[in-house]
Design a protein around this ligand. Structure first.
Ligand code: FES
Length: 118
């Protein structure tokens, strides 16, 4: 199943603090772009699957972020809540080219979106 992805340059990797995030405005909602300690980059809807908390303001650890509101831990790769909590937030494809971050912006489903299990 091929899906047309429009890759959008959202700025240099250096603009994202290590173990932090920056946000990108999108007509369908804010996107949080995270950078891990080893310079992997992930993008999620900036809305926690619990009650919509701003994941971009959470703490990044390993490949996860802890929501600042009630401490749910969200996997950056799948957008899924960890541990006993259930739910997930939409993920956005990312690629890095020449030190710049590109997001694969395709329309995403409303609500929580689908979890990328498996
Ligand atoms: S809104 Fe994120 S843990 Fe409650």
């Amino acid at each position: 199943m091929d899906q047309i992805i429009t890759w959008t340059d959202v700025g240099p990797l250096a603009d994202i603090p290590a173990q932090g995030a920056r946000t990108v405005a999108h007509p369908q909602g804010r996107i949080a772009v995270f950078r891990t300690v080893d310079d992997q980059v992930f993008a999620l809807r900036d809305a926690c699957p619990h009650k919509g908390g701003p994941l971009s303001e959470g703490i990044v650890h390993g490949r996860s972020v802890t929501c600042p509101l009630h401490n749910w831990v969200i996997d950056l790769g799948s957008g899924a809540a960890q541990g006993p909590d259930e739910g997930c937030t939409g993920t956005i494809p990312v690629r890095i080219e020449d030190g710049r971050v590109f997001l694969g912006l395709v329309p995403w489903a409303g609500g929580g979106g689908g979890c990328a299990h498996g």
